[in-house]
Design a protein around this ligand. Structure first.
Ligand SMILES: [Zn+2]
Ligand SMILES: [Zn+2]
Length: 333
């Protein structure tokens, strides 16, 4: 039997009796990171990188969490487990399993670009690599983040000079903190939605240095020229009216697709992702020196076919992991 198998509950290591990022409630879960498609409610115990604990406490409340450091070895019924930086969000880890000379690495979500918040991705040598493929098409090719932050600053400055409030929509875990760190605070005051504020606090709690922010309480009054960071879910017509006149933007890897940009209600799209792009995925896989690849998330069928054509033993596996509903293949660019 393989060291890891896929079951109705999720990726399972029978020898150790543990699941990795299970999607149904289990006794013992090993969790790669605190995003909701990976860290779900209802497990009896959660083994996570210790920086994920305050994030999970905000999201799932008090549960039985056990924290582990990167590189620390844990032996469960003969299987040696360790967590290694994935560079995706705070506390994100690739989980390595070693048993009788066979090595697996389950990467969760990852990126190769450094973000100044999470520990940079570290390649893990293995026989079988379980990879995401959220952006597993050649069309996804990220620009240098410095360039993206220059664009964001320029846009914010433009809104400020026209006496508008700038609102930028981003995931509250990961992207929001990255934006807070990357933007130029000389342009104006920065406000964050409460969901972002809570997760910012969880970052500060473990020693991550962010830049100053104001909390967007119900009676807060941002001034024209200020910037608001909020999750997309905050956006309703009534909510937006509070800040009129305002301009909106969205920061996501999906903004690389013109169709998505057009369908998005935001005025402006910035291509900023916490996932690896096409080159990043290929580079990461090569760096593991693996023979076998299991592909999850997004364009798994297309990406696994590409890997097979390049000599790897790759399959796509069905999981409910998703960055967000997978878009149609881009037909224009
Ligand atoms: Zn994630
Ligand atoms: Zn994911």
């Amino acid at each position: 039997m393989a060291l890891v198998e896929i079951t109705d509950y999720g990726l399972f290591c029978a020898q150790a009796g543990v699941y990795i990022d299970p999607w149904k409630p289990v006794e013992r879960a090993l969790i790669t990171h605190a995003h909701s498609d990976h860290a779900r409610y209802g497990h009896k115990s959660y083994l996570v990188h210790h920086h994920s604990i305050p994030l999970l406490q905000k999201r799932l409340g008090n549960q039985y969490y056990m924290g582990i450091e990167y590189g620390e070895l844990v032996n469960i019924n003969g299987v040696q487990f360790s967590f290694h930086p994935a560079g995706h969000v705070l506390g994100s880890a690739q989980i390595r399993l070693a048993y009788k000379g066979e090595i697996w690495c389950i990467s969760g979500d990852y990126k190769l670009q450094e973000d100044g918040v999470s520990m940079p991705f570290e390649p893990v040598k293995c026989n079988t690599f379980v990879t995401e493929s959220t952006f597993g098409l050649p069309v996804f090719n990220w620009a240098n983040p410095t360039k993206v932050f220059n664009e964001i600053n320029h846009w914010w400055h433009q809104q400020a000079s026209q006496k508008r409030t700038a609102i930028i929509f981003a995931y509250s875990l990961g992207k929001a903190q990255r934006i807070l760190k990357g933007i130029n605070h000389d342009i104006g005051k920065v406000w964050v939605h409460n969901a972002v504020h809570e997760l910012n606090e969880a970052h500060v709690q473990v020693g991550i240095k962010l830049k100053p922010w104001e909390v967007l309480t119900i009676d807060a009054k941002p001034q024209p020229g200020d910037l608001i960071i909020a999750p997309t879910s905050a956006e309703t017509e009534g909510w937006l009216k509070r800040f009129a006149p305002c301009a909106t933007a969205s920061a996501s890897g999906w903004m690389a697709i013109r169709g998505t940009r057009r369908r998005s209600s935001a005025d402006r799209g910035f291509v900023l992702s916490d996932h690896a792009d096409w080159i990043g995925l290929n580079t990461a896989i090569k760096s593991t020196q693996c023979e076998n690849v299991w592909v999850t998330h997004g364009y798994a069928a297309t990406f696994s076919k590409w890997l097979r054509e390049n000599g790897l033993n790759a399959i796509d596996i069905q999981t409910p992991f998703t960055d967000q509903p997978v878009m149609d293949l881009p037909t224009e660019n």
